[in-house]
Design a protein around this ligand. Structure first.
Ligand SMILES: O=C(O)C1=C[C@@H](OP(=O)(O)O)[C@@H](O)[C@H](O)C1
Ligand SMILES: C=C(OP(=O)(O)O)C(=O)O
Length: 450
């Protein structure tokens, strides 16, 4: 592969490694002992951009993530006529109080699930305009029906342009009525987050009932927390299955966004795998981001974790402990990470409750099992998870696929920190959330050959 056929269309001007077809990875010369400030949270960045665009007044968003997912969010907002300027990690954005200055057009949002699920409601809430929302071929395969059904039930006019239940969609802005609505959270928590973000702009109060379960509750909590920072309150019960949102307006704010806990997971896992020590200097365990829960998994495996008031430090151990079954439902983005560490544990690890990750950037359960099998590791695929058995991965002569999935690429790279000569195809797919991943790992001693 010559590198000129990266992921189908999702790479942005903020992507790295655009013309790199493969990387080859070798373990560090010695266990790493280093520190890193990880980039901003994807989840907070895209929530904050859309909420600030809906707000009355100007906002300053500090510490944004600069990656494909946030680039396409900013690009869509600019195409909608939102005035915004980006200087390093800071965005200055003028809110339009729920209206969209450019009344028509086509909005391309790369491979970002967050934008696909947060923008339709925000657009439908306006009183005039009509747009087509589309993404990369990968994103256009991912489900949106529960969100679109719920928005249409409260007065939106959103129609499928090609396949039912998928992007592209045609969104006509004619305001949201509000009222009683049910939504499913069983395939993605983002449906509920998208509905919540738009609900304050409905003419009447919106009462949302979750009809089944929510796969990752914490992301809904992050949505509500950020809405609150922009001046909007959401009432909800303890079970998180009933939400009441009165008519309100976001107010522009100056906010500092957190670093990305999901990204931090790879650097911590690197220390766990190599017996080294890594400090994350800009994230604390107090975050609402669910992937911070990986720290407890590392502790269970024998690593030492220190959580300070400014950062987190993890020291690896000689022998990682396995021999457990774990539900990763509430932090399922870290399933590939744990699966990549699992072969190096002293007993099998079974991951359960993550059927929904088959609908993420790729069928992650299948992709992990396929990749581990290619590395000579016994991995059993289950409907809702997998079991990984101990073994020393043997990199094949051919590069491994990364499935145009940033988390598959970053997780498989971790295996290269123990198994020399591991080659990965299309490493640039990390740009969805962490364009600097291979550079950062290189600075921490991982040997990466382009
Ligand atoms: O709301 C969010 O920011 C996210 C919610 C989760 O998605 P699902 O609820 O679709 O699993 C998570 O996997 C994704 O990376 C980010
Ligand atoms: C599922 C993910 O992304 P998205 O926001 O596109 O859903 C992810 O980042 O692991």
């Amino acid at each position: 592969m010559n590198g000129l056929e990266p992921g189908p269309g999702s790479r942005s001007p903020w992507a790295a490694l655009q013309h790199i077809g493969e990387v080859e990875i070798h373990p560090p010369a010695e266990p790493p002992d280093g520190a890193i400030a990880v980039s901003g949270s994807k989840s907070y960045t895209n929530r904050a951009l859309i909420i600030a665009a809906l707000a009355e007044g100007a906002s300053t968003l500090r510490g944004i993530l600069r990656s494909d997912d946030s680039y396409w969010c900013l690009d869509a907002l600019r195409k909608l006529g939102v005035s915004c300027s980006v200087e390093g990690g800071t965005v200055e954005l003028a809110g339009n109080g729920g209206e969209w200055p450019t009344p028509s057009g086509s909005l391309y949002i790369g491979a970002a699930g967050t934008i696909a699920r947060f923008l339709p409601g925000a657009l439908a809430a306006g009183s005039a305009g009509g747009w087509t929302l589309t993404g990369s071929s990968q994103l256009n395969e991912r489900p949106v029906r529960p969100l679109i059904d719920a928005l249409n039930a409260i007065g939106a006019d959103i129609r499928y342009e090609a396949d039912e239940g998928r992007l592209p969609v045609r969104i006509a802005a004619r305001g949201l009525a509000g009222g009683e609505v049910t939504v499913s959270g069983a395939v993605s928590s983002q449906f509920l987050s998208g509905l919540l973000i738009a609900s304050p702009y409905a003419r009447q109060r919106t009462v949302i009932t979750v009809e089944d379960q929510i796969v990752q509750h914490a992301y809904v909590g992050m949505t509500i927390e950020l809405m609150k920072r922009f001046g909007v309150t959401v009432e909800h019960n303890a079970a998180y299955d009933r939400f009441i949102v009165e008519s309100q307006r976001y107010q522009g704010q100056d906010v500092q966004l957190e670093a990305d806990a999901s990204t931090a997971g790879y650097f911590l896992a690197y220390a766990a795998l190599t017996g080294g020590r890594i400090r994350i200097t800009n994230l604390t365990a107090a975050t609402l981001q669910p992937d911070i829960g990986l720290l407890q998994v590392f502790e269970r495996m024998g690593c030492r974790v220190f959580c300070g008031s400014e950062g987190i430090e993890l020291s690896g151990t000689e022998t990682l402990k396995g021999g457990f079954t774990i539900s990763m439902k509430e932090m399922s983005d870290q399933t590939p990470t744990l699966a990549a560490i699992a072969p190096f544990a002293d007993a099998p690890i079974t991951i359960t409750d993550v059927e929904h990750i088959r609908k993420h950037e790729c069928d992650r359960i299948h992709a992990i099992c396929e990749s581990l099998t290619r590395l000579g590791i016994r991995a059993e695929e289950h409907r809702d998870g997998l079991t990984v058995h101990p073994g020393m991965p043997q990199p094949p002569a051919e590069a491994l696929d990364t499935y145009d999935d940033h988390r598959m690429a970053m997780s498989l790279a971790l295996i290269g920190s123990r198994a020399g000569g591991l080659r990965l195809r299309d490493p640039g797919c990390v740009s969805k959330t962490c364009p600097s991943f291979f550079d950062d790992m290189g600075k921490l001693g991982l040997r990466v050959n382009w």
